[in-house]
Write a protein that binds this ligand. Structure first.
Ligand code: ADP
Length: 541
């Protein structure tokens, strides 16, 4: 069916009809033809031809009648009616040529092109037959077949048919291309709907271009009152802590629309704890050929079951560790009291020493597990007070000296006289102890461990450098992961469970700091902790 929309200003519509632009409104088609006929007659008048009441004038009249009919009936015109209208236009050209002032036969090309465009090859055939019947035959009957008249009359339908066929072919190709595009669109839509991940596509202005079915479920949870289709809309979307409502600038869609790329951004969608879903969001920018930001794609993975399992596991580990620590602390205490008893025989003393060592080991492991659970609970676990980091470091190094001496490893310390900061003293001692213990554990007798403290770029920089077994590049990436132990550490049967460094990193990050490691296998490792000193003023008051 031809399009039903208006064409705006009449001149613009007629021009679009002449140019075969993307309208199929009969008013534009007929307006375009009327315009051409009018221009043809006007140019004849300008050239001095006396049109008077001749055939071209009748043609102009006929065109105006056809235009009037079209303007009145355009809303009810079927494709057949438009076809009849175009054939009538061809007849008008035929009429215009039936006088000595003869209208231009070339005008037939416009209705022929429209017939080809709207009806394809059949339209081209109609154009050819109509031109022969309504232009060529009456023309030859009027002028005879002498002189130039024969060739003129034959060439006109040939040109009209070729033009109509050419445009019909072009339209066929466009149609096929459109079909392919539409098919691909349906395939991608079906594919996107089958994946179990919510998908969102944003344009460069942060407008939602597409979302898949899975994401509609998440949107219903987060925006029960509906969504405006723009990035950054605030709704029932919570932070990973499951209680803070995400502000606009923290919404994954908003960040993605700003060109940010990220992975595993954890959020909760929905306000009812029973139906809430935990989502892990990733975002990637889409760029145009010039590399400019052209939009973003976001993937929302439902990780609710995983998060719930983690919660249950953390609670289980925390409560079991807690239950184990109380009796174990008592065992350790009593064993130590027993060991101090002078009446013990050498055999019993040896056996008690083994019990003591293993009970201590068990207690350390349980304390580490409890620490891990506590650190997972977030930075709230840190109780910061004014504290001299240099003094703290000296105390830790002094406490470690006997063990270092026994292991035959030198321990060197360089630190300023004092470095006041705001720290959780016990936790930072734990960091230093962990690093000092590791440096000793993973070094051999005769080597040296250098500990230093300095202020770099407004940050306290604590370094522990050893000449021990070192860490391979591959292991370095996983060093701070819970329960990770390097192959070397396992092969050498060096005791440990792989929790110390993950706890250390947790404490450092809870203080707003960072921990890094440089290492070379067989040469040694340097652990570097950087902590912000923004709180030094706390001492002044
Ligand atoms: P643990 O020492 O109890 O195994 P950590 O979390 O402290 O646990 O350390 C994790 C792993 O990192 C260790 O098992 C070891 O492989 C490696 N590592 C830590 N510190 C050093 C070091 N100074 N030199 C070489 N390897 C180290």
């Amino acid at each position: 069916m031809p399009g039903r929309g208006g064409t705006g200003r009449p001149w613009a519509g007629a021009l679009r009809g002449v140019l075969l632009a993307s309208t199929t409104d009969p008013r534009a088609i007929q307006g375009g033809f009327a315009l051409l006929v009018a221009v043809d007659v006007a140019l004849r008048l300008v050239g001095g031809v006396r049109v008077g009441l001749s055939a071209p004038a009748v043609a102009v009249l006929a065109v105006l009648v056809l235009l009037a009919v079209t303007l009145v009936a355009h809303g009810r015109m079927s494709m057949r009616a438009v076809e009849a209208l175009l054939v009538a236009d061809i007849a008008v050209v035929g009429i215009a040529r039936l006088s000595p002032e003869g209208g231009s036969g070339l005008l037939v090309v416009l209705p022929a092109l429209w017939l080809g465009r709207l009806l394809g090859r059949r339209g081209a055939a109609v154009a050819g037959v109509a031109t022969v019947a309504l232009v060529t035959v009456p023309g030859l009957a009027y002028t005879g077949a002498d002189g130039i008249f024969l060739s003129r009359s034959v060439i006109i339908p040939v040109v009209a048919t070729i033009a109509a066929l050419a445009i019909a072919g072009g339209m066929e190709q466009v149609g096929q291309a459109m079909e392919t595009v539409e098919h691909q669109r349906r395939v991608s839509e079906a594919t996107l709907d089958t994946v179990d991940v919510g998908l969102v596509l944003l344009d460069r202005d942060g407008k939602y271009v597409a979302i898949n079915r899975r994401h509609e479920d998440f949107m219903a949870l987060a925006y029960p009152g509906g969504h405006a289709g723009r990035a950054g809309q605030v709704g029932h979307v919570l932070d990973a802590d499951r209680s803070t409502l995400l502000p606009r600038e923290s919404m994954p869609t908003y960040r993605a629309a700003q060109g940010e790329e990220f992975d595993d951004c954890r959020i909760w969608a929905g306000d009812d704890p029973l139906t809430q879903r935990a989502l892990s969001v990733s975002a990637r920018s889409v760029r145009d050929e010039a590399g400019r930001f052209a939009g973003a794609a976001l993937a929302y993975k439902d990780v609710t079951d995983f998060m719930r399992a983690m919660e249950v596991k953390d609670e289980f580990v925390a409560s079991v560790s807690h239950e184990l620590r109380t009796p174990l602390t008592s065992i350790v205490g009593y064993v130590q009291m027993l060991r101090e008893d002078d009446g013990l025989g050498p055999r019993a003393a040896r056996q008690l020493e083994v019990v003591d060592r293993n009970a201590q080991r068990l207690l350390r492991l349980i304390t580490d597990l409890l620490d891990t659970a506590q650190i997972d609970a977030g930075p709230v676990g840190m109780a910061r007070t004014p504290c001299d980091l240099a003094g703290l470091l000296r105390d830790c190094v002094d406490a470690a000296r006997p063990a270092y001496r026994a292991a035959g490893i030198r321990l060197d310390l360089t630190a300023p006289p004092a470095l006041p900061m705001l720290l959780d003293r016990q936790r930072i001692e734990q960091v230093v102890d962990n690093l000092l213990t590791n440096a000793m554990k993973y070094s051999t007798s005769g080597t040296e461990v250098c500990v230093s403290l300095a202020v770099e770029d407004g940050r306290a920089e604590l370094t522990v450098a050893d000449q021990g077994i070192g860490i391979s590049a591959a292991d370095r990436d996983r060093l701070f992961t819970r329960f990770f132990r390097s192959r070397d550490a396992e092969d050498r049967s060096i005791q440990g469970v792989g929790l110390g460094l993950s706890i250390t990193r947790g404490i450092v990050e809870a203080h707003g700091g960072r921990i890094e490691v440089d290492s070379e296998l067989g040469v040694g490792s340097t652990f570097r902790v950087r902590l912000p000193i923004e709180v030094a003023g706390a001492f002044a008051g």
